[in-house]
Design a protein around this ligand. Structure first.
Ligand code: TRP
Length: 348
């Protein structure tokens, strides 16, 4: 018997679904080809998270400049019980009258911050079904085993998948479930969508929920340019490595010959649009071959590939976003320094 993996308790409490295997690679190839042919050039944020990318993102969360994770963790550590009682429609916190909550998380990653919520739910209801969704199967597998080790009353149904595929799958299963759902969309995940896409996404998510289900959305707040730009361009260069890792991934998966040192990481706050824009910029004119896609890509000196937007919100925008997508923003928590918000949306 293998020393750790054969643990019968984990086997009984864990189901891991690998969705969308067959055409994931073909879709990646199509996205890369069309993104690098378009003008301006672009790559899609979900492809940041290969194994190294997921690890580098965990390192970003520990950086002094990247205040978001610490601010959200502060909110969750301080207010998890309050969040749960509000989500359960149980403001007195007695927990006696209400049905149990199941916990769905989109983009669970290492699920470190999730522990505050899991602990509050276990305290309230004794057992818990946790449904994490993440594009990185390696991150999902590692976090699921760590959580099961910590919490003997936890059951996990995990989906290695992008959001759209997972939501389509969960829509069917939701009808059979008696529990109410609390959905977590933490970090600055919502900020990675353009406004129209964020609305579309929340409406699609609303379609999977029943009235009264809850959604806790993390959203970074608008603030001083220097603070925002440092958060996305740290002194150690970890964020630069995270961004440029996309090129390394293209080298590995499509036989491309990107020289990471021939490019640099750029983070700029576009205040009018309310977003930090992330780019990979070519240091000089060059041509890069992508043999597996039968392409050659020409870069001018200073030409950029857009890799990510991170939108920053204010309270009024978040309230309006909830109303437009079939939710009501019941409560908002912020960290003591007022940098970051956790917003409890209730499905109407
Ligand atoms: N969701 C995170 C954010 O917008 C992702 C992120 C952090 C990120 N740093 C980055 C994405 C740098 C691209 C580049 O805050």
């Amino acid at each position: 018997m293998p020393p750790t993996d054969g643990d019968p308790h984990h086997a009984a409490r864990l189901r891991l679904h690998q969705l969308d295997t067959a055409d994931a690679r073909a879709a990646f190839a199509r996205d890369v080809a069309s993104g690098l042919r378009s003008s301006p050039k672009q790559l899609f944020p979900k492809y940041f998270y290969d194994e190294l990318g997921s690890e580098l993102f965990d390192a970003i969360c520990l950086l002094p400049e990247y205040y978001l994770t610490r601010a959200e963790n502060e909110i969750l550590a301080e207010s998890a019980d309050e969040i749960i009682t509000s989500a359960a429609g149980d403001p007195t916190g007695s927990g006696s009258t209400t049905t149990p909550l199941a916990l769905l998380e989109l983009g669970s990653g290492s699920a470190t911050k999730t522990r505050r919520i899991i602990e509050a739910l276990l305290k309230r209801q004794g057992t818990l079904l946790y449904l994490p969704v993440d594009i990185s199967a390696s991150a999902l597998d590692a976090s699921a085993h760590a959580l099961l080790q910590s919490y003997p009353a936890l059951h996990i149904e995990a989906y290695a998948s992008d959001y759209d595929t997972a939501l389509a799958r969960l829509a069917g299963e939701r009808r059979e479930r008696a529990e109410r759902l609390l959905v977590l969309f933490l970090g600055s995940n919502i900020g990675n969508f353009d406004h129209a896409v964020a609305e579309q996404f929340l409406r699609a998510l609303r379609g999977v929920l029943r009235a009264g289900d809850a959604l806790l959305v993390g959203a970074d707040l608008k603030k001083d340019r220097a603070v925002l730009e440092a958060a996305y361009d740290d002194a150690l260069g970890v964020t630069a490595a995270f961004n440029l890792n996309q090129l390394v991934r293209l080298n590995r998966e499509f036989g491309a010959d990107f020289q990471p040192r021939a490019f640099r990481h750029v983070a700029e706050y576009n205040e009018a649009a309310g977003r930090v824009e992330i780019y990979i910029e070519s240091r000089f004119a060059q041509v890069v071959a992508l043999p597996a896609l039968d392409m050659e890509i020409t870069f001018a000196e200073g030409e950029r590939i857009h890799t990510e937007n991170s939108y920053k919100y204010d309270a009024a925008e978040l309230d309006a976003l909830a109303e437009r997508t079939g939710f009501h923003c019941l409560r908002r928590w912020t960290d003591a320094a007022g940098r970051f918000s956790s917003n409890l949306f209730i499905a109407r």
